[in-house]
Structure formats: C-alpha cells, structure tokens
Design a protein around this ligand. Structure first.
Ligand SMILES: Cc1cc2nc3c(=O)[nH]c(=O)nc-3n(C[C@H](O)[C@H](O)[C@H](O)COP(=O)(O)OP(=O)(O)OC[C@H]3O[C@@H](n4cnc5c(N)ncnc54)[C@H](O)[C@@H]3O)c2cc1C
Length: 386
C-alpha cells in the first residue's frame, strides 16, 4: 500500500487516486493547503497499484536528446494573451484542428486553479497564461485516457510532475497522446492563493471578474499582476510589488516536493517543453521585443512533428540548449526552500493576511534600494554593450 512518510515525496499529481479501482483514495488538503492521498484502510485490498503508478517512487528514466528553439507566435493577439511567446496556443489550435482535445489549467468560477478539458478554440482560451498556484488534476487523467482509448488526439499540458503522473497512470504509449510540460519554478499553495484572493476582493469591496498573473502589454520582462473587478476597477502592479508574487519568487510557500523536484533537467518525459526564454536579448537580440519569447525543447519525434506543423505560424530560431538554459536555472535545479517557510505556515491561520505577507514576503527598504541600483546598473551595462 502507498505510504508517504515525507511530504517531499508526494507531488500531489493524482496518479494514485486515479488508478484506484476500489475508489478508496481521496485527496485531502493538509494545513498548508496542499493535497495528499488518504487511503481508506478498510476498503483497501492491498493490490499495490497506487504505489506502482507513483511517478516519484517509479520515475521513468529518459535519455532523449532534445532540440531547443527560441520562438514566438506571429499572431500578436494570441501572443499578448499568453505568458511568454504564445506557443501553447499554436499547439492547442493544431490539436483542435485535427479533431483532438486539449487539457490544461484554468481558473474555475471560484478562481481556484484546476485542470479541465477543451474541445473548441474558444474553450481552450481559459488555459492561456500562467497561473502561479498548484492546479488540481481532479478527474482529468481518467478523462484523457477515455479520449485516448476512443482514438481521439489528446494534448495534455501541465507541470513536469503532472505529465509524469499522467504517463505512469496510463501506463502505455499512445500514438495519439501529445504531452507538453513547462520549465517550472514550483507551485504555490492553493490555500495561500485563496487567502490572497479574499484579501484582494475584501480590499476592493466587490468580486473579481478576471485575473492575470502575467499582464505584459507594458513589458514582458517586467510583467504586471492584474485583478479586474466587477465594478470595473482594476488592481495592477508590477510582479515585484505584488504580495503573492513576492512570496512565490522567494520560495516561501511552494509545495514541499518542489524543493526536491525529481523532474528537473533537459531530458523530459513530455514531447514538448515550453518556458520563458530569459536572456534572449543577449543570445538572439533579433527575437527580443519585450512582448514575450518562448524557449521550446523538442523532446521526442512526436514533439518534432508537432513543431513542424506549427512552424510557419511562428518566428523561430534553433539554439544551443545549454546556452538556452543558462538564464533559466529552474530548468535543471530545484529552488532552495526559504528559511522563513516553517514560520510562515505557523502564522498562516493566525495573522491577518496583509500583516503575514508584509512580515515574511516584502523586502526591507534597504533590499529594495539594492535591487533598484542593480537594475539601473544592468540597464547601463546593456546600453554600453549595444
Ligand atoms: C507554476 C508555474 C511555474 C513556472 N515557472 C517557470 C520558470 O521558472 N521558468 C520558465 O521559463 N517558465 C516557467 N513557467 C512557464 C511559463 O510561465 C509559460 O507558462 C510557458 O512558457 C508557456 O507559455 P506560452 O506563452 O507558450 O503559453 P501560455 O498561454 O502562457 O501557457 C499556458 C499553459 O500553461 C499551463 N498552465 C498555466 N498555469 C498552470 C498551472 N498552475 N499548472 C500547470 N499548468 C499550467 C496552461 O494549461 C497552458 O497549457 C511556469 C509556469 C507555471 C504555471
């Protein structure tokens, strides 16, 4: 029977839950707000299937040689709705054009982040843009398998551990399955997110109608977080001033398994990996216009074929993969756990949200000043090099 002794050994992917033929596994949130499997010992028949499909206990070894590209979608509108170069939209459109279905992460009607399925182009727009919260897989692995068995083409998009979970759960190769993962910094706690949402709605006095973690019409590199409310007001600040983003980027409330991620590296289980091409202005300045450039890994023949089909709808250039990940450490190493993490979670239910976030996540005036000087110096350096 599956037994998780350390929270860092569970990525919350739902593979065990999805595989239990007796339905005796439920996914329950812990006090930090991350879900873990709970096994009903009375109903369990000890078949061991849940343990066999765990992508952490039985991680697939991958030895592919990926190709890397810098690219962006030629369609400006699609690109601006996306977090980096809008490549996910091109993949999803291609799959829908071939009669397939697309799975990804959306905000539900309560603005919780969860995976769901889309069968039309207007429907998959809900997946566009990064949501910096762990997405709940729910029933989507089972739904994807049903579509695959029916012969439909499936594109499943998720974090590397969610792709690992899906592949372990389905347990065999399907020619009609395309998996796309991301380079992942780590996933924040859904409980912290719910509190943040309540805090923003409380501050505005009305409910939220649209949220974007990556509003980039002013700048991709210095993107903004935006909440649009039902009274037509908007909260919008650059990421480094937003409370939730500050704690996220300081690694204060990521899932414990993210600090020990087993899915790092350039050899991946997915067919295609998408990421932000940080540092593109130095490597390929002609592909930088501060509207978002993607880094793409093509990890399999299926990934290469899919890329060829969308190639004419993007501006792209082949790059050396080692150069490409130089400015994207999340590609190959887990982030370090913040020394403030334990204290933060002890205070999570005790302190008012704003007090909590200011205590643990906001920089002191000295640190803010240091960052400002660093930004000015690197801008000057860039101008001199030009
Ligand atoms: C939690 C998280 C951490 C990330 N960390 C990094 C990083 O450190 N470095 C980096 O270069 N890139 C990172 N990314 C990826 C990057 O932000 C873009 O999502 C990626 O480059 C795809 O961009 P796009 O413009 O092609 O499409 P977009 O339209 O921006 O991509 C949307 C895709 O992301 C998926 N998605 C959105 N939110 C989630 C979620 N919570 N869980 C799972 N899938 C989700 C959607 O299903 C959709 O398929 C991260 C993304 C997420 C969600």
């Amino acid at each position: 029977m599956l037994s998780i002794l350390e929270p860092q050994n569970c990525c919350g992917c739902y593979a065990c839950y999805s595989s239990c033929s007796k339905g005796c596994i439920t996914m329950q949130s812990d006090r930090e707000g991350f879900w873990y499997p709970q096994i009903n010992q009375i109903e369990c028949i000890n078949c061991g299937h849940c343990e066999k499909v765990c992508p952490i206990l039985h991680k697939e070894i991958v030895n592919n040689i990926p190709e890397a590209y810098a690219a962006y979608n030629k369609d400006e509108n699609s690109r601006m709705k996306s977090s980096s170069g809008g490549i996910f939209t091109l993949l999803a459109e291609n799959i829908i054009d071939h009669g397939g279905v697309v799975f990804g992460a959306e905000f539900n009607d309560k603005f919780q982040v969860c995976h769901s399925c889309a069968e039309t182009k207007s429907e998959f727009e809900k997946f566009c843009g990064s949501k910096y919260v762990q997405s709940r897989i729910g029933e989507t692995y089972k739904e994807a398998k049903t579509f695959l068995d029916d012969g439909r083409i499936v594109l499943f998009s998720g974090t590397p551990c969610q792709i690992g979970g899906l592949k372990s759960y389905i347990g065999k190769e399907y020619d009609n399955l395309f998996c796309q993962d991301i380079i992942c910094h780590g996933v924040p706690s859904p409980k912290v997110w719910e509190k943040y949402l309540a805090y923003r709605e409380g501050g505005s006095g009305t409910s939220v109608r649209r949220i974007s973690f990556r509003e980039k019409n002013e700048s991709w590199k210095r993107y903004s977080v935006s909440f649009q409310f039902n009274d037509n007001t908007e909260y919008r600040v650059t990421f480094d001033k937003d409370l939730m983003m500050q704690g996220f980027l300081k690694n204060i409330y990521l899932r414990p398994s993210c600090y020990h991620c087993r899915f790092k590296g350039v050899n991946r289980q997915s067919d295609i990996t998408l990421a932000d091409f940080w540092g593109i202005e130095n490597i390929l300045p002609e592909l930088f216009d501060d509207k978002g450039t993607s880094l793409i890994f093509l990890n399999s023949q299926k990934g290469q074929d899919l890329f060829q089909q969308i190639n004419e709808r993007m501006i792209s250039c082949h790059v050396d993969i080692q150069k490409a990940v130089k400015n994207n450490t999340a590609a190959h190493q887990s982030v370090l756990q913040s020394s403030k993490r334990d204290a933060f979670f002890k205070d999570l239910d005790k302190l008012p949200f704003e007090v909590l976030m200011k205590k643990y996540c906001v920089d002191s005036t000295f640190v803010k000043m240091r960052h400002r000087i660093h930004r000015v110096l690197s801008k000057m350096k860039h101008m001199i090099v030009k």
